[in-house]
Design a binder for this molecule. Sequence first.
Ligand code: ZN
Length: 362
Amino acid sequence: MVSIPECFSESYAEARAKFCGAAATAGGAIKSWLNPNGLGPNGEKLYLDTARFGAADANRMLVMISSTHGVEGHCGSGAQIAWLRTGGLAKLPKGTGALLVHAINPYGFAWTRRVNEDNVDLNRNFVDHDKAYPKNEGYLALADALLPREWSMEGLAESQRVLDAYAQKHGAFALQGAISGGQHTHPDGVFYGGRKQTWSNRTIRAIAREELARTHRVGVIDYHTGLGPFGHGELICTVPPTAKSFARAKAWYGKEMTSPETGTSTSAVVTGAMTDAFPQELPDAEVTSVAIEYGTYAVPDVLNAVRADNWLHQRGDLASPLGRELKADMKERFFPAGDKWREMVWTRAYQTIGWALKGLAA
Ligand SMILES: [Zn+2]
Protein backbone atom coordinates (compact mmCIF):
# COMPACT_ATOMS: atom_id res chain seq x y z
CA MET A 1 0.00 0.00 0.00
CA VAL A 2 1.50 3.31 -1.08
CA SER A 3 1.53 6.02 1.58
CA ILE A 4 0.35 9.16 -0.19
CA PRO A 5 1.73 11.65 2.38
CA GLU A 6 5.15 10.02 1.97
CA CYS A 7 5.10 10.87 -1.73
CA PHE A 8 5.50 14.51 -0.67
CA SER A 9 8.81 16.02 0.40
CA GLU A 10 10.00 18.63 2.87
CA SER A 11 12.76 19.99 0.63
CA TYR A 12 13.72 20.30 -3.02
CA ALA A 13 16.64 17.89 -2.56
CA GLU A 14 14.40 15.25 -0.99
CA ALA A 15 11.82 15.72 -3.74
CA ARG A 16 14.40 15.40 -6.49
CA ALA A 17 15.84 12.17 -5.09
CA LYS A 18 12.37 10.67 -4.63
CA PHE A 19 11.20 11.72 -8.07
CA CYS A 20 14.25 10.37 -9.91
CA GLY A 21 14.04 7.15 -7.88
CA ALA A 22 10.34 6.63 -8.59
CA ALA A 23 10.78 7.50 -12.27
CA ALA A 24 13.69 5.07 -12.65
CA THR A 25 11.76 2.29 -10.91
CA ALA A 26 8.87 2.88 -13.29
CA GLY A 27 11.23 2.60 -16.26
CA GLY A 28 11.19 6.23 -17.35
CA ALA A 29 13.81 7.89 -19.53
CA ILE A 30 15.23 10.60 -17.25
CA LYS A 31 16.95 13.75 -18.44
CA SER A 32 18.41 16.42 -16.19
CA TRP A 33 18.85 20.09 -17.00
CA LEU A 34 21.24 22.03 -14.77
CA ASN A 35 20.23 25.56 -13.86
CA PRO A 36 23.50 27.47 -14.28
CA ASN A 37 22.32 30.52 -12.34
CA GLY A 38 22.77 29.47 -8.76
CA LEU A 39 22.77 26.89 -6.00
CA GLY A 40 20.32 25.84 -3.31
CA PRO A 41 20.51 27.01 0.32
CA ASN A 42 22.71 24.03 1.19
CA GLY A 43 24.98 24.52 -1.80
CA GLU A 44 23.13 21.88 -3.80
CA LYS A 45 23.03 22.06 -7.60
CA LEU A 46 19.64 22.87 -9.04
CA TYR A 47 18.21 20.62 -11.72
CA LEU A 48 15.03 20.42 -13.67
CA ASP A 49 14.44 16.71 -14.33
CA THR A 50 12.17 15.16 -16.91
CA ALA A 51 10.95 11.58 -17.05
CA ARG A 52 9.41 10.28 -20.23
CA PHE A 53 7.25 7.16 -20.51
CA GLY A 54 5.75 5.36 -23.47
CA ALA A 55 6.70 4.87 -27.09
CA ALA A 56 9.02 7.40 -28.75
CA ASP A 57 6.37 8.04 -31.39
CA ALA A 58 3.42 8.22 -28.98
CA ASN A 59 0.65 10.15 -30.64
CA ARG A 60 -0.77 11.45 -27.39
CA MET A 61 1.11 12.74 -24.39
CA LEU A 62 0.09 13.65 -20.87
CA VAL A 63 2.44 16.34 -19.53
CA MET A 64 2.57 17.13 -15.82
CA ILE A 65 4.64 20.03 -14.52
CA SER A 66 5.65 20.89 -10.97
CA SER A 67 7.14 23.97 -9.33
CA THR A 68 6.31 26.67 -11.88
CA HIS A 69 6.00 28.69 -8.70
CA GLY A 70 9.00 27.22 -6.87
CA VAL A 71 7.62 26.48 -3.41
CA GLU A 72 4.40 25.12 -4.94
CA GLY A 73 6.60 22.29 -6.17
CA HIS A 74 6.12 20.49 -2.84
CA CYS A 75 2.58 19.87 -4.08
CA GLY A 76 3.25 19.12 -7.75
CA SER A 77 6.22 16.89 -6.99
CA GLY A 78 4.13 14.93 -4.51
CA ALA A 79 1.40 14.41 -7.09
CA GLN A 80 3.92 13.31 -9.72
CA ILE A 81 5.55 10.85 -7.35
CA ALA A 82 2.15 9.55 -6.19
CA TRP A 83 1.23 8.97 -9.84
CA LEU A 84 4.43 6.99 -10.37
CA ARG A 85 4.21 4.99 -7.13
CA THR A 86 0.53 4.11 -7.47
CA GLY A 87 1.01 2.65 -10.94
CA GLY A 88 -0.23 5.54 -13.05
CA LEU A 89 1.85 4.29 -15.91
CA ALA A 90 -0.15 1.07 -16.20
CA LYS A 91 -3.33 3.10 -16.68
CA LEU A 92 -2.05 4.94 -19.76
CA PRO A 93 -4.07 3.91 -22.82
CA LYS A 94 -2.22 2.43 -25.78
CA GLY A 95 -0.55 5.10 -27.90
CA THR A 96 -0.44 7.54 -24.99
CA GLY A 97 2.80 8.47 -23.27
CA ALA A 98 3.61 10.70 -20.35
CA LEU A 99 6.19 13.39 -19.74
CA LEU A 100 6.77 14.49 -16.17
CA VAL A 101 8.59 17.79 -15.74
CA HIS A 102 9.92 17.97 -12.18
CA ALA A 103 10.95 21.32 -10.69
CA ILE A 104 10.75 23.60 -13.70
CA ASN A 105 11.81 26.33 -11.24
CA PRO A 106 14.27 24.46 -9.01
CA TYR A 107 15.68 27.66 -7.49
CA GLY A 108 12.29 28.76 -6.16
CA PHE A 109 11.58 25.26 -4.89
CA ALA A 110 14.92 25.00 -3.08
CA TRP A 111 14.71 28.50 -1.57
CA THR A 112 11.00 28.30 -0.63
CA ARG A 113 10.08 31.11 -3.02
CA ARG A 114 7.40 31.44 -5.69
CA VAL A 115 9.82 33.26 -7.97
CA ASN A 116 13.00 32.15 -9.70
CA GLU A 117 16.64 33.22 -9.36
CA ASP A 118 15.84 36.55 -11.10
CA ASN A 119 12.96 37.37 -8.75
CA VAL A 120 10.73 36.57 -11.73
CA ASP A 121 7.30 34.97 -11.50
CA LEU A 122 7.59 32.30 -14.16
CA ASN A 123 3.85 32.34 -14.77
CA ARG A 124 4.06 36.00 -15.85
CA ASN A 125 7.27 35.57 -17.91
CA PHE A 126 5.82 33.96 -21.07
CA VAL A 127 4.73 37.23 -22.68
CA ASP A 128 6.22 38.42 -25.97
CA HIS A 129 9.22 40.43 -24.73
CA ASP A 130 9.57 42.22 -28.06
CA LYS A 131 6.19 43.88 -27.60
CA ALA A 132 5.01 46.49 -25.10
CA TYR A 133 4.29 44.90 -21.73
CA PRO A 134 0.75 44.78 -20.39
CA LYS A 135 0.08 47.75 -18.12
CA ASN A 136 -0.74 47.33 -14.45
CA GLU A 137 -1.72 50.76 -13.10
CA GLY A 138 -2.86 49.30 -9.81
CA TYR A 139 0.57 47.92 -9.05
CA LEU A 140 2.17 51.34 -9.55
CA ALA A 141 -0.08 52.72 -6.83
CA LEU A 142 0.76 49.88 -4.44
CA ALA A 143 4.44 49.20 -5.15
CA ASP A 144 5.83 51.09 -2.14
CA ALA A 145 3.31 49.55 0.23
CA LEU A 146 4.13 46.07 -1.08
CA LEU A 147 7.83 46.48 -0.30
CA PRO A 148 8.08 48.40 2.97
CA ARG A 149 11.46 49.62 4.15
CA GLU A 150 11.14 47.78 7.46
CA TRP A 151 9.21 44.65 8.41
CA SER A 152 8.05 46.37 11.60
CA MET A 153 4.68 47.04 13.24
CA GLU A 154 4.66 50.65 11.99
CA GLY A 155 5.87 49.82 8.49
CA LEU A 156 3.29 47.07 8.12
CA ALA A 157 0.47 49.18 9.56
CA GLU A 158 1.24 51.92 7.05
CA SER A 159 1.32 49.39 4.18
CA GLN A 160 -1.96 47.90 5.35
CA ARG A 161 -3.62 51.32 5.29
CA VAL A 162 -2.66 51.74 1.62
CA LEU A 163 -3.86 48.24 0.68
CA ASP A 164 -7.12 48.62 2.63
CA ALA A 165 -7.81 51.98 0.98
CA TYR A 166 -7.31 50.40 -2.43
CA ALA A 167 -9.66 47.53 -1.58
CA GLN A 168 -12.24 49.95 -0.21
CA LYS A 169 -12.20 51.95 -3.43
CA HIS A 170 -11.91 49.15 -6.01
CA GLY A 171 -12.92 45.95 -4.21
CA ALA A 172 -10.92 43.08 -2.70
CA PHE A 173 -10.68 41.12 -5.95
CA ALA A 174 -9.36 44.20 -7.78
CA LEU A 175 -6.71 44.52 -5.08
CA GLN A 176 -5.76 40.87 -5.61
CA GLY A 177 -5.60 41.55 -9.38
CA ALA A 178 -3.42 44.64 -8.99
CA ILE A 179 -0.96 42.76 -6.78
CA SER A 180 -0.95 39.36 -8.50
CA GLY A 181 -1.89 40.05 -12.13
CA GLY A 182 1.74 40.57 -13.02
CA GLN A 183 3.97 43.61 -13.57
CA HIS A 184 7.09 44.37 -15.59
CA THR A 185 8.10 47.66 -13.95
CA HIS A 186 9.45 46.68 -10.51
CA PRO A 187 12.21 44.03 -10.56
CA ASP A 188 12.32 44.16 -6.75
CA GLY A 189 8.55 43.75 -6.45
CA VAL A 190 6.15 40.83 -6.29
CA PHE A 191 4.61 38.99 -9.27
CA TYR A 192 7.32 40.51 -11.49
CA GLY A 193 7.20 39.07 -15.01
CA GLY A 194 10.75 40.00 -16.02
CA ARG A 195 11.95 41.68 -19.17
CA LYS A 196 13.42 38.69 -20.97
CA GLN A 197 12.95 34.92 -21.15
CA THR A 198 14.26 33.24 -18.01
CA TRP A 199 16.31 30.02 -17.94
CA SER A 200 13.20 28.01 -17.05
CA ASN A 201 11.31 29.62 -19.93
CA ARG A 202 14.00 28.76 -22.48
CA THR A 203 14.41 25.28 -21.03
CA ILE A 204 10.74 24.26 -21.10
CA ARG A 205 10.57 25.43 -24.72
CA ALA A 206 13.57 23.25 -25.57
CA ILE A 207 11.97 20.31 -23.75
CA ALA A 208 8.70 20.78 -25.65
CA ARG A 209 10.54 20.75 -28.99
CA GLU A 210 12.71 17.80 -28.00
CA GLU A 211 10.11 15.57 -26.40
CA LEU A 212 6.83 16.48 -28.08
CA ALA A 213 7.66 17.36 -31.69
CA ARG A 214 6.06 14.15 -32.97
CA THR A 215 3.03 14.26 -30.71
CA HIS A 216 -0.35 15.27 -32.12
CA ARG A 217 -2.32 15.72 -28.93
CA VAL A 218 -0.83 17.11 -25.77
CA GLY A 219 -2.62 17.45 -22.44
CA VAL A 220 -0.82 19.64 -19.91
CA ILE A 221 -1.50 19.77 -16.17
CA ASP A 222 0.46 22.45 -14.31
CA TYR A 223 0.38 22.17 -10.50
CA HIS A 224 -0.16 25.25 -8.33
CA THR A 225 -1.17 26.10 -4.78
CA GLY A 226 -2.34 29.08 -2.76
CA LEU A 227 -5.82 29.99 -4.02
CA GLY A 228 -9.21 28.59 -3.15
CA PRO A 229 -10.69 26.35 -0.43
CA PHE A 230 -8.26 24.18 1.57
CA GLY A 231 -7.26 21.08 -0.38
CA HIS A 232 -9.58 21.71 -3.33
CA GLY A 233 -7.96 21.72 -6.77
CA GLU A 234 -9.53 24.29 -9.07
CA LEU A 235 -8.97 23.53 -12.76
CA ILE A 236 -8.08 26.87 -14.29
CA CYS A 237 -7.93 27.49 -18.03
CA THR A 238 -5.77 30.55 -18.63
CA VAL A 239 -6.26 30.94 -22.39
CA PRO A 240 -8.86 33.41 -23.69
CA PRO A 241 -12.40 32.01 -24.19
CA THR A 242 -12.01 32.63 -27.93
CA ALA A 243 -9.12 30.12 -28.23
CA LYS A 244 -9.82 26.66 -29.67
CA SER A 245 -8.01 25.10 -26.76
CA PHE A 246 -10.51 26.76 -24.40
CA ALA A 247 -13.37 24.79 -25.96
CA ARG A 248 -11.31 21.60 -25.72
CA ALA A 249 -10.53 22.20 -22.05
CA LYS A 250 -14.25 22.78 -21.48
CA ALA A 251 -15.02 19.47 -23.21
CA TRP A 252 -12.42 17.64 -21.10
CA TYR A 253 -13.20 19.15 -17.71
CA GLY A 254 -16.79 20.38 -18.09
CA LYS A 255 -18.12 22.74 -15.46
CA GLU A 256 -15.13 21.96 -13.25
CA MET A 257 -13.05 24.18 -15.53
CA THR A 258 -12.87 27.83 -14.53
CA SER A 259 -11.63 30.87 -16.39
CA PRO A 260 -10.18 34.09 -14.96
CA GLU A 261 -11.31 35.94 -18.09
CA THR A 262 -14.95 34.95 -17.69
CA GLY A 263 -14.85 35.65 -13.96
CA THR A 264 -15.41 32.09 -12.77
CA SER A 265 -11.98 31.60 -11.19
CA THR A 266 -10.45 32.47 -7.83
CA SER A 267 -7.45 33.68 -9.85
CA ALA A 268 -7.05 37.16 -11.28
CA VAL A 269 -6.45 37.44 -15.03
CA VAL A 270 -2.73 36.89 -15.56
CA THR A 271 -0.63 37.42 -18.67
CA GLY A 272 2.37 35.35 -19.71
CA ALA A 273 1.38 31.94 -18.31
CA MET A 274 4.01 29.19 -18.65
CA THR A 275 1.67 26.79 -20.43
CA ASP A 276 1.47 29.27 -23.35
CA ALA A 277 4.89 27.89 -24.40
CA PHE A 278 3.40 24.59 -25.59
CA PRO A 279 1.13 25.81 -28.41
CA GLN A 280 3.86 28.28 -29.40
CA GLU A 281 6.55 25.60 -29.69
CA LEU A 282 4.19 22.93 -31.08
CA PRO A 283 2.12 24.78 -33.69
CA ASP A 284 0.92 21.57 -35.33
CA ALA A 285 -0.19 19.86 -32.15
CA GLU A 286 -3.51 20.10 -30.33
CA VAL A 287 -2.51 21.35 -26.90
CA THR A 288 -5.02 21.42 -24.05
CA SER A 289 -3.72 22.93 -20.83
CA VAL A 290 -5.06 23.38 -17.36
CA ALA A 291 -3.57 24.72 -14.17
CA ILE A 292 -4.67 22.82 -11.09
CA GLU A 293 -4.75 25.32 -8.24
CA TYR A 294 -5.02 23.86 -4.74
CA GLY A 295 -6.36 26.02 -1.94
CA THR A 296 -4.38 26.45 1.24
CA TYR A 297 -5.18 29.56 3.30
CA ALA A 298 -7.12 32.81 2.87
CA VAL A 299 -5.91 35.07 0.07
CA PRO A 300 -4.70 37.95 2.32
CA ASP A 301 -2.58 35.50 4.36
CA VAL A 302 -1.07 33.96 1.23
CA LEU A 303 -0.36 37.34 -0.38
CA ASN A 304 1.14 38.56 2.87
CA ALA A 305 3.53 35.61 2.93
CA VAL A 306 4.61 36.40 -0.65
CA ARG A 307 5.14 40.03 0.26
CA ALA A 308 7.13 39.10 3.36
CA ASP A 309 9.30 36.67 1.41
CA ASN A 310 10.02 39.33 -1.17
CA TRP A 311 10.94 41.83 1.54
CA LEU A 312 13.17 39.20 3.16
CA HIS A 313 15.14 38.60 -0.04
CA GLN A 314 15.34 42.30 -0.96
CA ARG A 315 15.96 43.90 2.42
CA GLY A 316 16.03 41.32 5.20
CA ASP A 317 18.39 38.69 6.60
CA LEU A 318 17.53 35.07 5.81
CA ALA A 319 19.61 33.79 8.73
CA SER A 320 17.89 36.00 11.34
CA PRO A 321 15.08 34.69 13.58
CA LEU A 322 12.63 36.87 11.63
CA GLY A 323 14.00 35.45 8.37
CA ARG A 324 13.45 31.89 9.56
CA GLU A 325 9.97 32.74 10.81
CA LEU A 326 8.95 34.30 7.48
CA LYS A 327 10.36 31.32 5.54
CA ALA A 328 8.43 28.84 7.69
CA ASP A 329 5.25 30.85 7.10
CA MET A 330 5.93 30.94 3.36
CA LYS A 331 6.24 27.16 3.22
CA GLU A 332 3.09 26.56 5.26
CA ARG A 333 1.00 28.94 3.13
CA PHE A 334 1.86 27.01 -0.04
CA PHE A 335 2.35 23.54 1.43
CA PRO A 336 0.22 23.01 4.54
CA ALA A 337 1.59 20.53 7.07
CA GLY A 338 -0.24 17.30 7.84
CA ASP A 339 -1.52 14.32 5.88
CA LYS A 340 -5.03 15.52 5.04
CA TRP A 341 -4.08 18.25 2.59
CA ARG A 342 -1.66 15.92 0.78
CA GLU A 343 -4.25 13.18 0.50
CA MET A 344 -6.77 15.68 -0.87
CA VAL A 345 -4.17 16.87 -3.40
CA TRP A 346 -3.66 13.38 -4.72
CA THR A 347 -7.37 12.50 -4.81
CA ARG A 348 -8.09 15.51 -6.98
CA ALA A 349 -4.96 15.00 -9.11
CA TYR A 350 -5.95 11.38 -9.75
CA GLN A 351 -9.41 12.48 -10.83
CA THR A 352 -8.03 15.24 -13.06
CA ILE A 353 -5.48 12.93 -14.70
CA GLY A 354 -8.33 10.53 -15.49
CA TRP A 355 -10.28 13.30 -17.19
CA ALA A 356 -7.21 14.43 -19.13
CA LEU A 357 -6.54 10.88 -20.38
CA LYS A 358 -10.17 10.55 -21.45
CA GLY A 359 -9.90 13.86 -23.29
CA LEU A 360 -6.67 12.83 -24.98
CA ALA A 361 -8.28 9.58 -26.15
CA ALA A 362 -11.53 11.12 -27.42
ZN1 ZN B 1 1.15 29.09 -8.65
